[in-house]
Structure formats: C-alpha cells, structure tokens
Design a protein around this ligand. Structure first.
Ligand code: TRP
Ligand code: SF4
Length: 526
C-alpha cells in the first residue's frame, strides 16, 4: 500500500498468503508485510534506491514534500523531471488498496499525484480492488465503501478527473489484458525470489501482482512516456519487477559495443579502457584490431588490470578469435524479440554505415540516445509498446502518533481523513512527543524534533507549503523556545481546521465523483 503499510496482519486476521515473507527484517521491503523502515540509508545501499535530494534542483517547482526530504528516494526519476521541465509528455500513477479509511499517510500519495498533474503530467489514480480482495480478503461491499472514500479524498485534495484518469482494477479490461500478456514474461520462481511466495500462495494473489505490473505500465499504452509511480518504499519490489518486465517486452536492446561479438559489462569496460589508451597510428594500416587489444592486455601486469581471472580469459579468447577484425566502437541493436518485419524495418531505418548480423545490427554513425529513440519508433510502428522503464519516488512512512508505526488497525496511531475534527484534535493532543521530561530541561537542551511525531505532522501536512513556518517550529523546538504543550495545542488546532476543511470539500466533490468515469459499485458479490 502506498500511504500506510504495516496493517495487514491484524486487518485480515489471517496469516499472510506469503507468510509475511520478509516482514521481520527492518530493511526487507515487503509489499504485504509490516514495512517499518528503521534506516533509510540502507535502502540506498542495499536496494539501489537513489537519493532524491541529488536531483531536487532538476525538478521544476518542487513540492514541499520534496523540499523537506519527506520524498527521500527515487528510481530513475530524472526523465520525469526533465519531461516536466520541458513540457513534454509524462505520466503519474499510483494505486490504493481499499482496505480501510484513507488517512494522513495516504494524503502524501494523493498530493504527489495531484502535484504531478498540476505540473502537466497525465495523472492516474486507481483502486486496487482485485488486490484488496485477493491479498487481504476484503469483501466487495467493503471494497466499494472504502473505494468511494479514497476517491472523494483524492478529488477533494485537487485531483482533476476531467484531465486525469480514475479506474478500478476489476473493471479495467485493458489492464487485465495487459496483465495477462505481461504474465507470459514472469514465472513463479521469480515471484518466489521477489515476494517470498511459496506453494501455499493462492493464484489470485499472484494475479494481483501481474495486475499491478499492468497498472504501472497502463499510462504508456497511449504512447511510451516517462512515468512516475509515487509510493512508499515497501512497493519497491513491484517497481523493480515492473522495470524488468517493461524491458523484457522490448523488441531491441541498444548498447555500445566493440567488434562484432557480445561482451559482458566487465569485459566491455576492459576493452573500452584499452580502446581509449591505444593509438591506432601505432598499428599497421592505422587500424586497431582485436588481436592488438589482446596483445596489449597480455602485456599488462595482472595487478594493473584489476579484473577477475575468468573475465580476463574470456575476453582474451573473444579478442583472439576475432583476430584481425577491427575493434571499432559502434552502437548495437540486439534483436530481443522483434518480428522479422520489425528487424528488417530497423535495418532500413538506420542511417549511415551499418552492418547486419544474424541477431544484431551494428550502426557506426548513431549515438546510443538516438539509437534508443529509433528502436522505440520502429518497435511502435511494428505493433510493439516501446515501454520506458517506469520511474518511482518514495516517501517516508509517518511515525504513529503513539510512537512506533502508524497503523490503520491502531486508531490512536493515525488520523483518518474521515475522523471527526474534534477527534483529530484530541489525537494530536495526546500524541507522544520528542520533548524532555520537564519544561526546564526542554528550555535548556531543546526538544528532539527529529524524533517527534508532532513535528512530523507539521512538516508532512500542517505547515503546507510554508517552509518558513515548518522551519520555525523546528528551530524553536530544538532551540528550547518551544514547549510541547503549546506546540501540540497549535498542531491540534491546525489539524482540526484541516479536517473540517477537507471534509467540507469531500462533500462538495460528491457530484464530481458521480460524474467521473469510474464504476462505484462492484458488480461482484461477497
Ligand atoms: N499494491 C499497492 C498497495 O498495496 C496498490 C497498487 C496497485 C498500486 N496497483 C498499483 C500502487 C500501481 C502503485 C501503482 O497499496
Ligand atoms: Fe515535538 Fe513540538 Fe515538543 Fe518539539 S516542542 S518535541 S516539535 S511537540
């Protein structure tokens, strides 16, 4: 789930279909487990999620959640940022499992979708009702009720249903067809490795995975474009799989290459090194040939090469076998799954010098970037999708108001967007804080805003777009000028106002929802 994760054990009341796979480990990312993340740095190191801060400057009008580090990580967000900057096509999509009330954790995702829509992206919000039914055992009646609540909040916060797309998985035939098709490229062993599925996992749960893959690629059915999936980091396994599967559907793989043979990345790097170092003028007829590179490598002391022995021997074999063939750098189109017509069309479409082999075409006058565009064009003209690997951004999970995880099953730990405003006020008033034992100590040492759920409320929600206000609360807290009693009173009051206003808006958008192009009642029963 996107806004709030650690809920399912108690909600379904049953053991998880995946046995809670990796839920016990703090940094394991498990879409259906309890994903509290204790150390965000590990997500960078172990999972290769990148730091959002590093590209903040490339993002036009960054949202406050980006500016404040609430959105802390991403995968391959650059193409999306670039498209937004240049006013080119881009899309944003996220999904919600209708298993309970939408709460302030989900609001982060609503805001992310809406912000991208306002920056010009095609926006998609979907109700993951098949997943809620299969992975969480929700009945269709419950699903309908919650779905409505999610949609009303999304609209109330500013989603434009005329510009954007809303759908539910169960009634979107295109998504289901795409899911079936993509399913042909995924197998059980992979699901086992990624999600910890086993022989007991029911088939519908597996289907909900391919359905989510189709959700993620759905915006690109109308044309390949950079697409961002804003989610919590627990959804990263889905994102990685979707990126993989998107790639597997592609007709051609474009890469840089030397000579006519395939090199793995380490081998490629070694040859690239020598290609750069060696001067063709030093050889007969001014051409650098494979045997020359092989000889140069052999003359280099092992410790300078710094490559594993098997890489070395395989690269030497390839170079020696190719003998007098020129090394000549080139851009390669490898034929992954193109039809014969598509392969022929590609050959025709390549400008300049080219060489055609059984399973690839080498182009000598094309940059990799141009080649990728060309490969996509040819693929699309020949009936392929040309998918770009989807990107993602990840937001931090909110701390529960009672400390620990924010959990839908512990009402005091979260604030539902449907909570009575007075109740929201009370919840904030009784929240734990990062305050000191006594007022005196607080004045002396300052509060621990970084560990304070109330400060989080300000930063994630209550301060809205007002960075100065958020910073003031922080500075006053850690500087000892702010005491928890007053601070909570202010936060509680703001929360009450937010809920009042949000609920008024929800009432106002009822009509919008009725008019929107999404089925509110499931045809299915039980
Ligand atoms: N699995 C998501 C969740 O647990 C819901 C979901 C379904 C989703 N399809 C999606 C999220 C596509 C992002 C993109 O909440
Ligand atoms: Fe938290 Fe406010 Fe207390 Fe600081 S003063 S610890 S922000 S409640």
């Amino acid at each position: 789930m996107t806004g709030d994760e650690p809920v399912e054990e108690s909600e379904s009341g049953e053991p998880l279909a995946d046995g809670g796979a990796a839920g016990a480990d703090d940094v394991a990312l498990d879409p259906w487990g309890s994903s509290a993340v204790s150390d965000y740095r590990k997500l960078f190191e172990e999972f290769g999620i990148e730091e959002f801060d590093e590209l903040l400057e490339e993002v036009p009008n960054p949202h406050y959640l980006m500016r404040r580090g609430v959105i802390f990580g991403h995968r391959d967000y650059r193409p999306v940022a670039e498209a937004l900057r240049k006013g080119e096509d881009a899309a944003v999509l996220s999904g919600f499992m209708p298993t309970g009330d939408p709460h302030i954790g989900h609001k982060l995702v609503f805001d992310e979708i809406i912000w991208h829509q306002q920056q010009g992206a095609d926006a998609y919000g979907l109700i993951a009702d098949l997943e809620a039914n299969s992975a969480r055992g929700m009945s269709w009646d419950e699903i309908d009720e919650h779905a409505r609540d999610y949609l009303l909040s999304l609209l109330a916060l500013g989603f434009d249903p005329d510009e954007g797309t809303l759908y539910r998985q169960s009634t979107n035939r295109e998504v289901q067809d795409l899911a079936f098709e993509i399913g042909a490229d995924a197998n059980f062993s992979e699901f086992q490795a990624i999600y910890g599925f086993d022989g007991e996992t029911d088939v519908s749960h597996m289907q909900s995975v391919v359905t989510q893959m189709a959700d993620i690629l759905y915006p690109q059915l109308e044309g390949a474009k950079p697409t961002v999936i804003p989610v919590g980091p627990d959804q990263d396994p889905h994102v990685r799989l979707a990126r993989d599967l998107a790639e597997r559907t592609r007709f051609f793989k474009v890469s840089k290459a030397y000579a006519s043979f395939e090199l793995d990345p380490d081998e490629h790097e070694l040859v690239a090194d020598f290609h750069e170092k060696l001067d063709p003028a030093d050889f007969d007829d001014d051409a650098l040939r494979c045997v020359h590179v092989a000889e140069a490598i052999e003359e280099t002391p092992l410790e300078e090469l710094a490559v594993p022995a098997d890489t070395l021997s395989s690269v030497l074999t390839k170079l020696e076998e190719a003998g007098m063939e020129p090394v000549r750098p080139r851009t390669r189109f490898f034929d992954r799954r193109a039809t014969d017509e598509a392969f022929d069309a590609l050959i025709d479409a390549i400008d300049g010098e080219k060489r055609v082999y059984e399973n690839h075409v080498d182009a000598f006058e094309l940059e990799v970037g141009e080649a990728e565009e060309l490969a996509r064009e040819v693929e699309v003209e020949n009936g392929g999708y040309g998918f770009r690997p989807p990107s993602s951004i990840y937001h931090r999970f909110m701390t529960g108001l009672t400390g620990g995880k924010m959990s839908s099953s512990v009402p005091a730990s979260h604030i539902s967007l449907l909570d009575d405003p007075e109740k929201g006020y009370d919840k904030v008033k009784s929240a734990t804080t990062g305050g000191r034992e006594t007022a005196e100590e607080q004045r002396e040492k300052g509060g621990k805003a970084d560990e304070c759920p109330v400060y989080e409320l300000y930063a994630y929600l209550l301060a809205g777009d007002d960075d100065e206000f958020a910073k003031r609360v922080y500075d006053e807290c850690v500087g000892g000028e702010r005491l928890c009693g007053d601070c909570k009173e202010q936060a509680a009051q703001l929360m009450k106002e937010f809920l009042e206003e949000h609920q008024e808006k929800r009432a106002e958008v009822e009509e919008l929802l009725e008019e929107a192009d999404i089925e509110l009642e499931s045809p299915r029963k039980t």
